[in-house]
Design a protein around this ligand. Structure first.
Ligand code: SOE
Length: 385
């Protein structure tokens, strides 16, 4: 066993999901690396020390540079607001550390390109956490598509809906609410939610060639938690876009934080000539699959059996499931991060780096930037390969 000494930067929601994944890795996956929770960094000393105690980190820091410089850390894990991704990732790469980062990669393409250059120049392993790829049902969709069971793709349809910002009293900025502050987040639902949908879409259905988008900001002003002042809201509260994929299929993407009743409603459907797949994160252990068969000579015999299959993705032959429990028992949200860490470590050991790496995250960033550009100018925007 080789120690993989982790320095976590950021101890909010994502810091918790990643910490849990490192702690559980060796309980479920037979890999040669053992994560050691060496140090955690946060802005507030008291909170960071409490986090270190809860998750078992060896020490707590309040200056991320001390984590980057530390000789006893191999892997930097970035779980801070988007505005700080670039500086930390580049410093980590230059210090020769492996680096993993929460999505989205950066505030914009220019920052993402600088991050990709840095990890390439340093030759350090890197990965971006698009955890939903690691939902077994979504990985099964990828397998079904790669097996050629969907055939020529016609339509890709994604929605990612939440409802937590409908009240105008929700402030922007500060610890849990930085996602509403453009200075910290870069964008609203486009970078936060649609980045997930775009990553999944391109993984399943290939590159996006061009987009046309519409965004809306429903609440125009909010109190800023840091200043106490009412300030304009700059982020997009909702975003819808049409896409053309390089394979000729058409995509629709819809995201909002104003879909009353929807908490984390992340769905997609792909329709092809030979079949379709449908996934809904509110029923995460299921993948729906429709398989088209040419009717045989006696059509009556066939047609009454036609229908969607709702596959309960819990068998040991399903992606990731052999690492967990017996068929019929489910895993949850936290396991998507554990599966991601397992893939990252397996990549270190096999020499085939885990995906999505920073380069792949940059391609998603290119689509996000194109969506925002299109929403601003009302035109189709092409995406560079
Ligand atoms: C936003 O509410 C959020 O926490 C995203 O930032 C996560 O990436 C998403 O998976 C859940 O929702």
């Amino acid at each position: 066993m080789q120690d993989l000494r982790v320095g976590l930067i950021g101890c909010g929601f994502m810091g918790r999901t990643h910490s849990n994944a490192y702690l559980r890795l060796n309980n479920f996956f037979s890999v040669q690396h053992r994560p050691v929770l060496q140090a955690v960094c946060g802005r507030d000393r008291g909170r960071t020390e409490a986090f270190a105690r809860t998750w078992g980190y060896g020490r707590a820091e309040t200056d991320w540079r001390r984590i980057i410089e530390a000789k006893d850390i191999d892997l930097i894990d970035i779980c801070v607001p988007n505005v700080a991704h670039k500086e930390i990732a580049i410093a980590a790469a230059q210090a020769g550390k492996m680096v993993v980062c929460e999505k989205p990669l950066a505030m914009n393409v220019a920052e993402g390109e600088a991050m990709v250059r840095a990890v390439k120049a340093a030759g350090v392993p890197n990965m971006i956490f698009f955890n939903y790829r690691r939902v077994p049902a979504i990985s099964l969709a990828k397998q079904i598509i790669d097996e050629g069971r969907i055939g020529r793709a016609f339509h890709y349809r994604a929605t990612y809906l939440q409802d937590w910002t409908i009240s105008a009293d929700v402030p922007q900025g500060g610890a849990a609410l930085w996602r509403l502050d453009a200075a910290d987040a870069g964008s609203g639902v486009t970078g936060d939610l649609l980045a997930h949908s775009i990553d999944t879409a391109m993984w399943l259905n290939g590159p996006v060639r061009r987009v046309v988008a519409k965004t809306e900001t429903f609440v125009k002003e909010r109190r800023h938690a840091a200043t106490g002042k009412v300030q304009p809201v700059v982020i997009d509260d909702a975003c819808m876009f049409l896409a053309e994929f390089a394979n000729g299929s058409l995509g629709t993407f819809e995201s909002t934080r104003y879909a009353r009743g929807r908490k984390n409603f992340n769905t997609f459907e792909l329709n092809g000539a030979d079949g379709s797949v449908y996934f809904d994160l509110e029923e995460p252990e299921y993948l729906q699959f429709f398989e088209y068969r040419e009717p045989k000579s006696d059509k009556k015999v066939e047609s009454h059996l036609t229908g969607w299959r709702k596959i309960h993705v819990t068998n040991s032959e399903h992606p990731y499931m052999s690492h967990y429990w017996v068929p019929g028992t489910c895993i949850g949200y936290e396991h998507t991060f554990l599966n991601a860490v397992a893939d990252f470590v397996a990549g270190l050991e096999s020499g085939t780096p885990a995906q999505p790496d920073f380069e792949s995250g940059l391609q998603t960033q290119r689509v996000c930037d194109a969506v925002l550009e299109s929403a601003a100018n009302g035109r189709w925007v092409e995406i560079a390969a």
